[in-house]
Design a protein around this ligand. Structure first.
Ligand SMILES: NC(=O)c1ccc[n+]([C@@H]2O[C@H](COP(=O)([O-])OP(=O)(O)OC[C@H]3O[C@@H](n4cnc5c(N)ncnc54)[C@H](OP(=O)(O)O)[C@@H]3O)[C@@H](O)[C@H]2O)c1
Length: 178
């Protein structure tokens, strides 16, 4: 995507079940394997930044996974006191404003970690260039389905890569067509 004439690559990265679920509810940390979580963590550290919604922040903090070793942006309308230091920002900015903030810090690649609401809001505004979905071998029915809050939006994707991550896990990597 292009912000103020500069190119930025915005990727969303999530674990998903074969029936499209990305969480059991808004508060619990993932259902994925530790192996997969480490792949995600490496991707965050390699990118140098990560954007997340407030529910994901709270779930990660409770699980002891916050902050990541990167510049962490938490999007929330609430006023949350930052007790985590200068690599964490709580912001009321809209998606495009958050991308401008990361651009002003010199980032050309941006990673959105979720949750579903946050990724959908960036998708609705056509701000996502790539989606990486790690398929975890698990099925459940009650939960949050990927893209469910992007009401009435549609997206067309181009498959860039299929990667076998482990004997039990596969990653589909897509480009979002504009
Ligand atoms: N499968 C995966 O890879 C994966 C990844 C991440 C998270 N998760 C799981 O997903 C669940 C949380 O996902 P979620 O969809 O409920 O919540 P979320 O996307 O993490 O957070 C949503 C909240 O962020 C705030 N927000 C601020 N700006 C926003 C915007 N532009 N668009 C949307 N939200 C914005 C709002 O809270 P305020 O009231 O504070 O404004 C909103 O209610 C947790 O269980 C977490 O463990 C799974």
């Amino acid at each position: 995507m292009s912000i103020i004439g500069h190119k930025m690559n915005v990727a969303a990265y999530m674990a998903i079940t074969p029936n499209g679920m990305v969480a059991k509810d808004a508060t619990r940390m993932g259902f994925g394997s530790e192996f997969d979580y480490n792949l995600f963590k490496n991707k965050v550290e390699e990118t140098g930044n990560v954007i997340m919604g407030r529910n994901t922040f709270e779930a990660s903090r409770r699980a002891g996974n916050f902050p990541h070793k990167a510049f962490n942006v938490v999007m929330t309308k609430k006023s949350i006191k930052n007790r985590f230091g200068k690599n964490v920002v709580f912001t009321k900015e809209k998606p495009e404003g958050v991308l401008r903030l990361l651009q002003s810090k010199g980032f050309e690649n941006v990673l959105i970690a979720g949750g579903e609401k946050l990724v959908s809001s960036f998708m609705k505004e056509k701000l996502v260039d790539e989606i990486m979905l790690d398929f975890e071998p698990s099925l459940f029915t009650k939960g949050i389905r990927f893209f469910e809050s992007a009401a009435n939006s549609e997206a067309r994707l181009k498959l860039l890569e299929v990667k076998r991550l482990s004997p039990n896990e596969v990653q589909l990597h897509y480009r979002v067509l504009k």
